[in-house]
Design a protein around this ligand. Structure first.
Ligand code: SF4
Length: 66
């Protein structure tokens, strides 16, 4: 895929994600559940539903063990 088109798609996807503030994002996670074992995590540093950089040691209220 052309780099320009890929960038456009990535920006569009990012735009539709929810903010960290709206999901009680924790950096790092206060308990043992964390992004690295969540089904929404996209290694190495993203999440399919939460916008911005997401680290495997973080957590939010949309956590689903996967
Ligand atoms: S815990 Fe929240 S931010 Fe982390 S991967 Fe899961 S849904 Fe995304």
């Amino acid at each position: 895929m052309a780099d320009g088109l890929r960038g456009d798609i990535e920006r569009a996807v990012e735009h539709h994600k929810v903010s960290k503030a709206s999901v009680g994002y924790e950096h790092p996670a206060a308990k043992s559940d964390h992004c690295g074992i969540c089904r929404h995590y996209e290694a190495p540093n993203a999440c399919e539903i939460v916008a911005g950089q997401v680290r495997r040691e973080d957590w939010c209220r949309r956590f689903q063990k996967g």
